[in-house]
Write a new protein. Sequence first.
Length: 255
Amino acid sequence: MATKDNRIKYNLLSGVLYQVVLIALSFLLPRLYLENFGSEVNGVLSTIKQIFAYMVLLESGIGLATTQALYKPVAEKNHNKISSVISATHSYYVKVGVIYAIIVLATCWLLLEMSIADLKYMIVPDQFIILLMVAAIGFIPHHQDGPMAGIWGAMAGFSIMLLIGILGKIMYRSDSLGGGDIKLFTALGLCFGVRGVMWIFVLSTFVTALHLAFLMIKKRIKLKEKRPLVPYIAVSTTIYMVILNQMSYNIWIDL
């Protein structure tokens, strides 16, 4: 009994400590973002936080409720009750699957519009980035890594592209990556999580290298000529959504 009491105390203490740290960071981080990265990055991160609040509402706590409901039947090995809970949860997520299909189509349309803008004008409109972040609400029930997967994915996408941009500027003494590409990968990380944005990054790198190598062999572009990246990112994202999403999860589990 004493051991259980101690565990409860530790859980309560860790929960309170987590909230205190979270509150302290909420005051500290915005100032650091403004001083080091500017208001644009701070605005993007604030938008991500707001969108994730809506994501939690969409998920409606079904995952947590299912976990809580399964404790007793699993302990009692009540297979009928387990099947009943799983069946009810499955029915809910099937309905959410319809939303997923709609969101995938909307995402493809947004990526197509961004690709056209990047090809014609070498820009990625912020309006489309924001709409893509809003579309991320529909992906949250499909995050196999939990409801926080989108936040970690956004951070991963932002960090990867920012690092590449910094390295490119150091190596080539010019901007090798646009701010729109960084914001786009941040939005994609919000949609697909860490695993998803990593797959998209690898696919984008491969597709870009393959196409540019083909163009150079045909002597249609020069070695240092700048090319829009969004069309390659759009193709890679579509391949991930339609083909690799579930496959990548199975590979991750096997590893």
